[in-house]
Design a protein around this ligand. Structure first.
Ligand code: FES
Length: 104
């Protein structure tokens, strides 16, 4: 659909709830979670509010925009990402900030 060739599908697992869902190729992590019915916190969906933040425990993502505009150095060092601005490059395990502030 986008670009050349078919993008791969991966699986994301939320470590703090045990939920897993498929992330179809080319879809960002937040959109895949919402498609799967996960109540992932979010607001802007464009990488500016920080409410979709999560910590990657294992696996690789590609940043669609620079997280450093929203997340500070400590958060970045801890592996924090913005789900609405993350595309998977492997299966991943993430901890999601459902309580908004619990991970910061
Ligand atoms: S939903 Fe606002 S930064 Fe992701």
């Amino acid at each position: 659909m986008f670009g050349i060739g078919k993008k791969k599908d991966f699986t994301a697992t939320i470590t703090n709830t045990g939920e897993s869902f498929d992330v179809k190729g080319g879809i960002n992590l937040l959109q895949a979670a919402l498609n799967a019915g996960v109540k992932w916190p979010h607001d802007c969906r464009v990488g500016s509010c920080g409410s979709c933040r999560a910590i990657v425990k294992s696996g690789k993502i590609k940043e669609l925009s620079d997280f450093a505009y929203v997340l500070d150095g400590e958060q970045l060092k801890a592996g924090m990402v913005l789900a609405c601005q993350s595309r998977l490059q492997s299966d991943i395990e993430v901890e999601v900030d459902f309580d908004q502030g619990a991970l910061s």
